[in-house]
Design a protein around this ligand. Structure first.
Ligand SMILES: Cc1ncc(COP(=O)(O)O)c(C=O)c1O
Length: 387
C-alpha cells in the first residue's frame, strides 16, 4: 500500500512534469524525473509508509483482542451480538460505577457524538466550541442546521474556558458546549477548576459534551481530571465520550461509548442506531478491557515515542506544545504545505493544517521505532534547510 501511494505520486509527478521538462529542453521525462526527485531521501526511497496523521495507535490491537475478534467472526458473525454487547456495557458501567442504562454505545465515539448533536438539534441548541478542536461536532451540527460559535484557544493553545463561558452566558437559548479534554489538535488539558465551576453553575439548558478520547494518556497528568466521576455522582448536564480507537489500538474496529445521567442518556439514545457495534468489535473491546498487560505496553510505547520526538525537537530548536495525548503539535520552521509535501515524498504522512498560524504540524506519535525513523528524516530535512 505504501509503495502504491509512493508510486502513484511518482507517476503523477512524472506525468505532470513531462511537458514542462520538454519545454525546459531536458532530453527525456526520465531525466526530468530524476531532477525533481531531489526531495526523496535515499534511506526513505523504499521505506515502509509511516502513518502519523490520524492519531491512531501504531502498536496495533492487543494480540488477545485480535484473537477474540477472529473467534467472534468465525463463530458469531451470523448473529446479532446481544449477549456480548450486554457484557461490554456491564463492564463499562462497572468501570465507571454507573448502572448499565447510563452507558451509550457507539460505532466509535463519533457515533455517540453524532447522537448527542442530533439530540441537541431537537431543541434548537447552538454549539459553542474552542477553535481549533476535533471537527466532528461542528460537522454534524452544520448538517443539522445548528449555529456554531467558536472561541479561539488562549495562550499556549490551551482551551479558554473563561472566554467560552462568557460567550455561553451571552448566548440565549439552549446550548451544546463541546469540550475536548485533552484537546485535539493541541494536546492540551483544560483548567479543571474553571470547567467544574462553570458546569456546576450553568442552567439546565446547557449540555456539556466532554470528549475524553485521549483520557488514558492524560490521566496521570497534574491538573487533569475526567468528568466521568461527575456523571456517576448524578450531574445531569454532562455527557462524557470515550473511545477504544486510541489507547486500545482499535480505530478500525469502531467501538466507543458515552456515559450520562439516566434522563440525559434517555434523550440521546433514540438517535443512536440499534445495532451499532459489530460482533468482532465488541469481542475485541471486551478482551481489551481485560488485557492490562497490553494497556501498560500501549502507554509505555507512546511515552517512549513521545520522548524520542521531544528530544529531537529540543535538539533542532523546534518549539512544541506539551502534549497529554498520543500526538504533538510542533513548529516545523517552514510553511506546512511544503513540509507536508516533502514528508509525503518520503512516504511519511503527517497532519494537515489545523492552526490559524502556519508553521505548525500535528504529528501522531508512532512506535519508538517509527519515531526514530521520523527523527532521522527530520534531521535530514534540517541538513537540507527544509525545517
Ligand atoms: C477528540 C476525538 N474524538 C473522537 C475521535 C474519534 O474517535 P472514534 O474513532 O472513537 O470515532 C477522535 C479521533 O481522532 C478524536 O481525536
Amino acid at each position: 500500500m505504501g509503495m502504491n501511494v509512493k508510486n502513484l505520486s511518482r507517476r503523477k509527478l512524472l506525468g505532470g512534469i513531462g511537458a514542462g521538462a520538454l519545454l525546459a529542453g531536458l532530453a527525456s521525462p526520465a531525466l526530468a524525473f530524476r531532477a525533481l526527485e531531489g526531495d526523496t531521501l535515499p534511506f526513505r526511497r523504499d521505506a515502509p509508509q509511516l502513518m502519523l496523521h490520524y492519531n491512531e495507535n501504531s502498536l496495533g490491537m492487543s494480540p488477545l483482542a485480535t484473537e477474540s475478534a477472529r473467534l467472534a467472526v468465525k463463530n458469531k458473525a451470523n448473529r446479532y451480538a446481544d449477549d456480548a454487547i450486554a457484557e461490554l456495557r456491564s463492564m463499562i458501567a462497572a468501570d465507571h460505577g454507573v448502572p448499565t442504562d447510563q452507558v451509550m454505545l457507539g460505532n466509535g465515539s463519533t457515533g455517540v457524538i453524532r447522537a448527542v448533536v442530533t439530540a441537541a438539534a431537537q431543541v434548537n441548541a447552538a454549539v459553542i466550541e474552542p477553535d481549533p478542536t476535533f471537527g466532528d461536532v461542528q460537522r454534524y451540527a452544520k448538517a443539522e442546521g445548528m449555529a456554531v460559535v467558536t472561541v479561539p484557544v488562549g495562550k499556549g493553545f490551551v482551551t479558554d474556558i473563561n472566554a467560552m463561558r462568557a460567550k455561553a452566558e451571552a448566548t440565549p437559548g439552549p446550548l451544546l458546549i463541546n469540550i475536548c479534554n485533552p484537546n485535539n489538535p493541541t494536546g492540551t488539558i483544560v483548567d479543571q477548576a474553571a470547567l467544574r465551576d462553570w458546569i456546576t453553575s450553568a442552567p439546565p439548558t446547557h449540555l456539556f459534551l466532554i470528549d475524553e478520547a485521549y483520557y488514558d494518556y492524560a490521566v496521570n497528568s497534574d491538573g487533569y481530571a475526567s468528568l466521568a466521576a461527575d456523571v456517576a455522582a448524578g450531574r445531569e448536564n454532562i455527557v462524557v465520550a470515550r473511545t477504544f480507537s486510541k489507547i486500545y489500538g482499535m480505530a478500525g474496529m469502531r467501538v466507543g461509548y458515552g456515559i450520562a445521567a439516566p434522563e440525559t442518556a434517555k434523550r440521546i439514545n433514540p438517535f443512536a442506531a440499534t445495532y451499532n457495534l459489530s460482533a468482532a468489535g465488541v469481542a475485541a473491546a471486551i478482551t481489551s478491557l481485560k488485557d492490562k498487560t497490553y494497556y501498560g505496553k500501549s502507554l509505555a510505547s507512546n511515552a517512549r515515542g513521545k520522548a524520542i520526538l521531544i528530544d529531537a525537537l529540543d535538539r533542532l530548536d523546534l518549539g512544541y506544545i506539551p502534549s497529554h495525548t498520543n500526538f504533538l503539535l510542533h513548529r516545523i520552521g517552514s510553511d506546512l504545505a511544503s513540509y507536508q509535501r516533502r514528508m509525503k515524498e518520503n512516504n511519511i504522512l503527517v497532519g494537515r493544517r489545523m492552526t490559524s498560524e502556519d508553521g505548525w504540524n500535528r504529528l501522531s506519535i508512532g512506535t519508538p521505532a517509527e519515531m526514530t525513523e521520523f527523527v532521522r528524516t527530520l534531521d535530514a530535512f534540517r541538513n537540507r534547510g527544509w525545517v
